[in-house]
Design a protein around this ligand. Structure first.
Ligand code: 3UK
Length: 543
């Protein structure tokens, strides 16, 4: 083989490789850190599991739930048995895409790792997706096989009945002759991982996509390790003694990284729990003596006033991501727990967090700086790097980046080697990035540009307010007006006096033209399964 030839890919089914965007549309990839120098061939599951067992973690607890404890050795043996089922019973070959459905539990984690170890491509999907949405994903990624938790059978069955693409389906988390648990029972606990390339696709993660068709983001074996070797090392400083806990689904890359890959990479323990509420997460932190927590800002905001009733003394580091962290939330969490929140922005396209800060480096109100391994800047309207203090489009690059599965939107996400996340940000002279809005969430009212989240920040500081979302709604005179949807704290009365009081409160704190001319009190804000506010739903509300 000559030095320039592409080494033999392990994928016999070349679908993923064939549907990568052309190389010139990829973002620039940079591997500046010593820990990001990976070999040409690499199966990330081997690095995360087999090697950890070899290095002395075999008897350590990898995954805990309220009813189960899986050592690294048990997780490895289970992954290997499932991998045999994929190859022997289901006759899958490297490169085949496998749909994965399940809440956060040990078998969902094991199935995901097994798919990757067998050289197939994992396509995890949010538990709440319905058949219609699943069919779009099955068709787009040409998925012939699915592994599904028995608790999600109903929607899965309707996909099976309607899909002409999906051919095989195996359920797990049940006692049935055809269930994964039975099929794997007599399989060997040893499995030689498929010798994939570092640049073979291991994961296709579909964006939650508030508008339009979901986009499949393709990530290599190398990418899954690269995210473990960036944020967790430099910002989180995680280690084998950590006990990870949190809410994001394993089907969301925030959860896959934070609650599975990061803990395995350092020999730590992860606590996997289904259906968490703020109360249940607080209780679980105490019950499992968790040290690291991952969840969305709204969860921290709801946990803060309840925290005093729980023993949270084990908790050391808490990570907030998914949407902007309001200063009021950072402060109430810090008051309740003494912990300085680690805010971090990540994206499905980038796989995980790329701007963040922890400890003494935190600047309240800013997301943080580009983390080691990544570069970030703000681009102005002409696409040039903007000076500090200018609001523009956030641009980022690093070892991971956007590669959509056969999607023309690749060309708008990647510009001049940079990934454009769709966020409006401002960078200060010290390199801290200050979130302003999603670029499509800017409100233009009577010629003024107003960032909804800036108004939310202030409204949230009012003592009667529990949650708030600010959007622009159409207005004949001003084009748009600022409208606040407000969820009040328990016991507060929605009335005109309070409405006026909140308006005055905002006018007295920021430029008066930004105050919400319209306010609507509602019971709950519309959110995605990952805790993201669905502002578009509020914009559509007719009142
Ligand atoms: C927004 C934030 C301000 C921002 C994600 C951590 O959220 C994740 O991925 P998604 O693809 O959404 C990406 C978009 O969400 N966002 C996320 N975090 C922050 N905005 N401050 C933040 N801290 O608009 C971004 O473009 O769902 C988060 C890890 C992995 C992820 N996939």
């Amino acid at each position: 083989m000559t030095a320039t030839a592409r080494p033999a890919p392990a994928h016999l089914d070349t679908f993923s490789h064939d549907h990568l965007p052309p190389r010139e549309q990829w973002p620039e990839l940079i591997f500046s850190l010593p820990e990001l120098q990976y070999p040409e061939r690499l199966n990330c599951c081997v690095e995360l599991l087999d090697k950890m067992c070899e290095q002395g973690y075999a008897d350590k607890i990898a995954i805990r739930t309220y009813t189960e404890s899986w050592s690294y050795a048990k997780l490895l043996a289970t992954v290997n048995r499932i991998a045999h089922v994929l190859c022997d019973e289901m006759q899958l070959v490297p490169g085949n895409r496998v749909l994965l459905r399940g809440a956060n539990n040990p078998m969902m984690a094991a199935c995901t790792l097994a798919v990757i170890k067998a050289g197939c491509v994992a396509v995890p999907t949010m538990p709440l997706l319905r058949a219609k949405e699943l069919n779009v994903i099955v068709d787009k990624a040409e998925i012939t096989a699915a592994l599904c938790s028995a608790s999600l059978r109903e929607e899965m069955e309707s996909v099976r009945q309607t899909s002409t693409v999906l051919q095989q389906l195996v359920y797990f988390n049940e006692v049935q002759p055809q269930a994964m648990e039975s099929l794997m029972a007599d399989k060997s606990a040893e499995f030689v991982a498929v010798d994939t390339l570092a640049e073979d696709v291991s994961l296709i993660s579909f964006t939650s996509g508030t508008t339009g068709l979901p986009k499949g983001t393709m990530h290599f074996h190398r990418d899954l390790l690269a995210i473990c070797d960036c944020f967790p090392r430099s910002i989180l400083a995680s280690n084998a003694d950590d006990i990870f806990i949190g809410t994001p689904p394993l089907a969301f890359t925030f959860g896959l990284g934070g609650l599975l890959l990061f803990p395995l990479r350092v020999g730590a323990t992860t606590v996997l729990l289904e259906k968490l509420t703020p109360e249940l997460l607080l209780k679980a932190i105490a019950d499992f003596s968790a040290t690291v927590c991952f969840t969305a800002p709204t969860f921290y905001r709801q946990m803060a006033p309840l925290a005093h009733a729980y023993n949270l003394s084990s908790l050391q580091r808490t990570v907030s991501a998914g949407e902007a962290l309001p200063v009021a939330t950072r402060e109430s969490w810090q008051q309740a727990t003494g912990l300085v929140m680690i805010d971090g922005i990540g994206a499905t396209e980038m796989l995980h967090i790329f701007i963040s800060a922890s400890g003494d480096s935190v600047r309240s109100g800013a997301t943080g700086k580009a983390i080691p391994g990544y570069q970030a800047c703000v681009l102005d309207e002409e696409g040039k790097v903007a000076a500090p203090g200018v609001v523009g489009r956030l641009a980022v690059k690093g070892p991971t980046g956007c590669r959509y599965l056969a999607d023309p939107r690749q060309e708008s996400y990647v510009y001049d080697g940079w990934n454009l996340t769709g966020d409006a940000y401002e960078m200060d002279v010290d390199g801290y990035f200050w979130y302003r809005a999603r670029t499509d969430d800017m409100i233009i009212s009577a010629g003024y540009n107003i960032a909804g989240p800036e108004v939310e920040e202030i409204v949230l500081k009012h003592p009667a307010v529990s949650e708030c979302a600010v959007v622009g709604v159409a207005d004949e005179e001003r084009g748009q007006i600022v409208k606040a949807f407000i969820v009040l704290k328990a016991g507060e009365q929605a009335n005109d006096a309070l409405l006026k009081e909140i308006q005055t409160f905002v006018k007295n704190t920021i430029a008066p033209y930004k105050y919400p001319r319209a306010i609507e009190f509602i019971q709950a804000l519309p959110r995605t399964e990952t805790g993201k506010l669905q502002r578009y739903k509020l914009r559509d509300v007719k009142s």
